[in-house]
Design a protein around this ligand. Structure first.
Ligand code: FES
Length: 70
């Protein structure tokens, strides 16, 4: 799904940036240019980054817990 029309950035681009180390909106803004033109996408992009970071942390914690219990 297209998130930033001005820059042609999709939700997949943003999720990939988080998996590559982005931890907040500033990171994806710097890496992809999201929100750097009209700014209409910024609120949704922030929510998407935060949700993706949370999901990644939960996944990492789950894998750590599995390693400890085995
Ligand atoms: S839609 Fe993202 S800056 Fe305009």
């Amino acid at each position: 799904m297209l998130v930033c029309i001005c820059k042609g950035i999709t939700d997949k681009d943003i999720k990939n940036a988080v998996h590559e180390g982005a931890t907040g909106f500033r990171d994806i803004h710097a890496a992809l240019g999201v929100g750097g033109c009209c700014g209409q996408c910024a609120s949704y992009a922030k929510d998407l980054v935060n949700d993706t970071v949370s999901q990644l942390q939960l996944s990492n914690n789950f894998h750590l817990a599995q390693e400890v219990s085995c």
